[in-house]
Write a protein that binds this ligand. Structure first.
Ligand SMILES: *[C@@H]1O[C@H](CO)[C@@H](O)[C@H](O)[C@H]1NC(C)=O
Ligand SMILES: *[C@@H]1O[C@H](CO)[C@@H](O)[C@H](O)[C@H]1NC(C)=O
Length: 382
């Protein structure tokens, strides 16, 4: 399945692992890679006063800082953050490590939204463009009030022989276990350079009235990693936030305002399905909870997108989707079936290398599979 490319992965707990692309000989570390055993008790959300939710000090200090790739090839970065006291400005000052005196200024914009009786802070999004590949950049936000400084590395230029290390996290939430997952990922010696996030971010919808304060706490919680490395977002069922009983009938409203992705760069019309190319990988993000039947925008986009994949430039073709097409657990069993029926033959035709999914909170992987009987007996779980 992986041809001359090699594949090695290091599993962490629940849904976090580091995934490495190396273009050397075939190595595959199967078996047990972690001593972690999940406790059986239901995970408990960290209380609002937890250290990881503390807002940064200072008037109107930027919080919930997060970045994602801002174009189709990794030469741009979207920087997002929230100010709570007043709009402030959406300026980002940035410079490369090589030329600390050549500071650039980019201007973004801010949005706000209401959800039932919750009013968001001022959510800023600013895209830094024409960055150099494989370079460390520092950036500052909060000019005029409280300035905070962060940094990131741009990915290397798209090239078939360029190695890259992805982290893989899904269904993170904000429980004590979520905190352990993030700490585990960050302590992995095989440092991830970007996170592939397979949906289900904050689980704010588990709280009364989908308490959107829990979107804010989540943003503050993951900032310690997400302000420094891009997370590639896919949406899960916990991003739907469809609540007609609260008068909220616009699906994905909090996600759409808070998490911007470069969907237009890949010809998509919605931020829920899109693609990015990073190093030697072409990554396609699909949306389990947006329409994907024949004639829908997602269907037509994917049909066209798969034809654009150039394996001579990006030998790896990776798909992220929330709901798995194969699942031997009773929980969420067959929820991914209709999408499998819609798209699996294309994945075979275009030789997708690996599909990462979340949703089921149990680690499971299989050899390449297609059109498997529903018993999954023949699926070769490994
Ligand atoms: C929203 O409504 C709930 C339930 O009535 C209440 O507990 C909460 O304090 C309200 N929040 C705001 C921000 O008004
Ligand atoms: C979360 O994890 C970090 C890093 O390990 C730790 O410093 C912090 O105290 C933890 N917080 C909670 C509430 O578990």
């Amino acid at each position: 399945m992986f041809g001359a490319k090699s594949f090695s992965c290091f599993t962490a707990m629940a849904a976090a692992l580091v995934f490495i692309l190396l273009n050397v000989a075939m190595v595959c570390h199967g078996g047990k890679t972690s001593s972690f055993i999940r406790k059986v008790d239901r995970a408990e959300d960290m209380p609002l006063h937890s250290d990881v939710f503390a807002a940064p000090s200072g008037y109107n200090a930027p919080q919930q800082v997060h970045i994602t790739i801002g174009d189709h090839v990794g030469r741009a970065m979207i920087v997002s953050w929230v100010t709570m006291d007043e709009p402030g400005n959406s300026l980002v000052r940035y410079w490369s490590e090589d030329s600390p005196h050549k500071k650039e200024l980019a201007k973004g914009h801010h949005v706000t939204y209401r959800f039932f009786n919750y009013s968001s802070g001022f959510i800023h999004h600013c895209t830094l463009r024409e960055l150099e590949f494989n370079k460390k950049y520092y950036y500052e936000i909060g000019m005029g009030h409280t300035i905070r400084q962060f940094w990131f590395m741009t990915p290397p230029e798209v090239h078939p022989d360029t190695p890259f290390t992805f982290g893989l996290i899904g269904d993170l939430g904000q429980t004590y276990d979520s905190n352990k997952t993030l700490a585990h990922y960050q302590s992995n010696p095989h440092k991830g350079q970007a996170v592939l996030f397979v949906g289900d971010l904050s689980y704010a919808d588990n709280h009364p009235n989908h308490d959107n304060v829990r979107w804010d706490t989540w943003g503050r919680f993951v900032e310690r990693n997400n302000a420094y490395e891009p997370w590639i977002w896919a949406t899960g069922n916990h991003e739907l936030d469809y609540a007609p009983e609260l008068g909220e009938t616009e699906p994905f409203k909090p996600f759409r305002h808070r998490y911007h992705v470069p969907y237009k760069a890949s010809g998509s019309t919605e931020p829920f399905w899109y693609s990015v190319k990073i190093a030697s990988a072409h990554i396609i993000v699909l949306a389990s909870y947006s329409a994907y039947g024949k004639y829908t925008p997602q269907y037509e986009w994917l049909e066209a997108e798969l034809k654009k994949v150039d394996r001579s430039k990006t030998p790896w073709l990776i798909v992220l989707v929330h709901s798995p097409w194969y699942n031997s657990n009773t929980y969420h069993y067959m929820e991914g079936e209709t999408m499998r029926v819609a798209f699996e033959s294309w994945f075979v035709k275009y030789k997708v290398d690996v599909v990462f999914a979340g949703h089921v909170h149990a680690y499971e992987r299989s050899v390449s599979a297609t059109n498997c009987p529903l018993s999954t007996d023949d699926m070769h779980l490994i």
